[in-house]
Design a protein around this ligand. Structure first.
Ligand code: HEM
Ligand code: HEM
Ligand SMILES: [Fe+2]
Length: 454
């Protein structure tokens, strides 16, 4: 570790991983409710658990991005972070906001209250006071990081990271705009939900991957920067108009069906680019970096993101297909693998790389970390298949044959049972990851002098 303010990242990563455990455990509960619908129905209704599952996902991913920024910006800018105090203040605000959300959702408090009640729009259900807190925290973060970058060396990696973080924060402001007209409400709602994961977060992903490749493979910075610019340009070119794939059936004009189909198909390009980038860098790289687990997560991230977002996204993005699959388990299959591949794995990659350095622990539990990669990724891939099968059957019975929703659900039981099984693997993988990062490696018993002499 070259700069002492990089240590801020430890706190962010620790809180992120704690929330990650909460998120996947809630997923498991939701998965069990699908198998046994009355499970916990009095204490934790499905809709509340679902809000907590998706919101904790987004919050921990963002905390991970913030942590990644606090780790890599000093190294890139060759400067300490402008203010350590502000960085911790930002974390405290976010933790208090998260606690507020959990309490409000769990006990269903302040229903309908303008400031304190939850808003009920998927992913941005947070009460308005929490949203305001998020904006304050984001402003503190942007101020702190921007001043650091401006005072120091500017690299393509920090420029693109900052661009992504600024744009995603600005887009969050649409969370305050909730028009009464449902079509308009949805139109702006996708500005956050879609333009986050399919535009601005992609910039964050590309820059963090670039940083990891720079460190892990030792390829020249100029080569990495060229790739970075191409990826960012194709991401923005396709992703912005690609929002149209959510405008097919919400009451917007019909031309969106063509704009959405064409541009969202092009969204495969940046994800393919990131995968090709990662593999070409490893192939060209001269460095044999000892942290193989970080490399595994980085390559896994680029690959699973290509499949989850690119391939599974394309599967249902043409409007002729989406007409049938909209809002079925096909959507859930894609949502899970895309989020896991792109953003969960990205965070686990940078955490795997940075934590051993931050905590001065090298060698660390690397083999366990790699085992957690296979367990978690295997579980998520299996879950994606079970949901894809469930979604295919559902689409046919419900959308083609016209059977009632609940009658169809009854016939999908076996897929949901298998999804639950894969969820168990994911949760175990997550716990293993945390164990590998949190605890020192057991001492390796060196051969004694007698053995060595043989
Ligand atoms: C890191 C891993 C995970 C990620 C990234 C993730 C992500 C998500 C996302 C984005 C949604 C909303 C999906 C949509 O609107 O289509 C969701 C819902 C859900 N997730 Fe997960 N999840 C993860 C782990 C799990 C696990 C381990 C389970 C357990 C089996 C699970 C079960 C569910 C269920 C049952 C829903 C509700 C789906 C519905 O409304 O029909 N998730 N998750
Ligand atoms: C990492 C990037 C991505 C993530 C995290 C992601 C995640 C999601 C999630 C969670 C949903 C469900 C939203 C909801 O209805 O609540 C969704 C919907 C959708 N995604 Fe993605 N996605 C990504 C990239 C893509 C790409 C590249 C494509 C196209 C090639 C795509 C095509 C779609 C389509 C068509 C829907 C609407 C499904 C429906 O009509 O029900 N996604 N995505
Ligand atoms: Fe989208």
């Amino acid at each position: 570790m070259k700069y002492k303010t990089q240590k801020i990242a430890i706190a962010y990563f620790a809180v992120a991983l704690a929330l990650f455990t909460v998120q996947v455990t809630l997923g498991l509960i939701l998965g069990w409710i699908y198998v046994s619908p009355n499970f916990l129905s009095e204490i934790l209704p499905f809709n509340i658990g679902r809000m907590l599952h998706t919101n904790s996902l987004v919050v921990w991913l963002l905390l991970g991005f913030f942590g990644a920024a606090y780790y890599l910006v000093p190294e890139e800018s060759e400067r300490e972070i402008h203010s350590t105090k502000l960085a911790y203040l930002q974390l405290i605000i976010l933790v208090v906001g998260t606690a507020g959300v959990v309490v409000t959702y769990l006990f269903n408090l302040f229903d309908g209250n303008f400031l304190l009640g939850n808003e009920g729009r998927e992913f941005i259900e947070q009460p308005r006071w929490v949203k305001a807190g998020i904006v304050v925290a984001a402003l503190i973060f942007l101020y702190n990081i921007s001043l650091t970058v401006l005072a120091g060396k500017k690299t393509a990696i920090t420029n693109i990271l900052l661009l992504g973080l600024w744009l995603l924060s600005l887009l969050f402001l649409f969370a305050f705009y909730n028009p009464a007209n449902l079509a308009l409400d949805k139109q702006y709602w996708w500005f956050i939900v879609h333009l986050w994961v399919e535009a601005t977060w992609e910039l964050v992903m590309a820059s963090i991957l670039a940083f990891l490749m720079l460190k892990l493979t030792g390829v020249d910075r100029e080569v990495i920067e060229k790739w970075l610019y191409v990826i960012v340009a194709t991401a923005l070119f396709s992703g912005i108009l690609g929002t149209g794939h959510h405008y097919y059936w919400i009451g917007t004009p019909g031309y969106w069906q063509w704009i959405g189909s064409i541009f969202s198909t092009l969204e495969i390009v940046p994800f393919f680019g990131m995968m090709a980038f990662a593999f070409v860098m490893v192939w060209k790289g001269r460095r044999d970096h000892p942290n193989k687990a970080a490399m595994l997560w980085a390559l896994g991230c680029a690959t699973l993101a290509f499949f989850g977002a690119g391939v599974w996204g394309f599967l249902h993005t043409l409007h002729g297909v989406n007409y049938y699959t909209h809002g079925t388990q096909i959507t859930a299959a894609h949502g899970h693998l895309a989020f896991f591949g792109a953003y969960v794995s990205l965070n686990l990659a940078i955490i795997s790389y940075a934590m051993p350095i931050l905590r001065g622990r090298d060698p660390y539990n690397q083999v366990l970390n790699m085992a957690s990669f296979w367990l978690m990724s295997g579980g998520m891939v299996f879950m994606t298949f079970t949901l894809t099968f469930a979604g295919t059957v559902q689409t046919h019975l419900q959308r083609v044959n016209g059977q009632a929703y609940m009658d169809v659900q009854d016939q999908l039981w076996i897929f949901y049972a298998m999804r639950f099984g894969s969820g168990v693997a994911v949760v175990l993988g997550a716990l293993l990851f945390i164990y590998a990062m949190a605890f020192p490696r057991r001492e390796v018993i060196e051969p004694g002098p007698a053995v060595a002499a043989e």
